[in-house]
Design a protein around this ligand. Structure first.
Ligand code: ADP
Ligand code: MG
Length: 223
């Protein structure tokens, strides 16, 4: 499914406190694309990813997944759509500390009252090297392992599209590159569309298409 992002602007605050976080951002994301987005801190990267993935609404502009205009409908419809179609990976993992790795991974399914596909879950955990970690609590895992659990959670509902907001930003360089290798492997094996925000040029260059964002202005810089 193609994603059409058209003239997205986001303004926070009112009057003299206004911040233009995004200024008329447009892009077309094709099925299977691997896209990186780079930009300085505060340039609007997270805002853009949240709006494209349906975690937040724009001030103006539209995001279409195929024919579906995701911001032109109820919050309920949007969150149901998001849970089925989109996986999101955060910089700070966002695992629930009182749940085991396994319970964290299947959490999105519980919210939709669905059963885990155990064969798929096993394939996912073996790609991510998590087979022997599933009964552990997050604090018993390394940062890299926690992020791999978060990746499995993002993929458990079999979404077509994965968004990752600086997924290695909280990791040392060794576990960061391990996490990236696994994320790329999962993407290839499972034929997912991947959009990743990063500060790391090496990671940005793994992608097939590269964008930069400066002061809310998005542009493609693919060679
Ligand atoms: P990045 O992810 O590139 O660091 P963000 O998208 O988080 O940037 O933020 C872009 C701009 O919007 C920044 O100036 C930030 O301070 C501002 N901003 C982000 N979220 C909010 C918010 N909820 N309320 C007000 N300003 C915000
Ligand atoms: Mg950010």
């Amino acid at each position: 499914m193609e994603i059409q992002v058209k003239n997205i602007s986001k303004i926070y605050g009112v009057n003299e406190n206004q911040v233009v976080a995004l200024n008329c951002a447009s892009m077309t994301i094709r099925e299977g694309d691997f896209i990186s987005i780079m930009g300085p801190s505060g340039s609007g990267k997270s805002t853009l990813l949240h709006i494209i993935s349906g975690l937040d609404r724009p001030t103006s502009g539209s995001v279409h997944y195929g024919d579906f205009d995701i911001h032109n409908g109820s919050d309920k419809k949007l969150s149901a759509f998001r849970r089925q179609k989109v996986g999101f990976i955060f910089q700070h993992f966002n695992l629930l500390p009182v749940l085991t790795a396994y319970e964290n991974i299947i959490m999105p399914l519980l919210l939709d009252k669905k059963q885990a596909d155990e064969v798929y879950l096993q394939e996912l955990c073996s790609l991510l090297g998590l087979e022997n970690r599933l009964s552990h609590l997050p604090h018993e895992l390394s940062g890299g392992q926690q992020q791999r659990v978060a990746i499995a959670r993002a993929l458990i509902a079999k979404p077509d599209i994965i968004f990752a907001d600086e997924p290695t930003g909280n990791l040392d360089s060794k576990s960061g590159s391990e996490v990236m290798k696994m994320l790329c492997k999962v993407r290839e094996k499972m034929k997912k569309t991947l959009i990743i925000i990063t500060h790391d040029l090496n990671i940005a260059e793994m992608a097939e298409r590269c964008f930069t964002i400066v002061d809310g202005e998005l542009s493609e810089v693919t060679a």
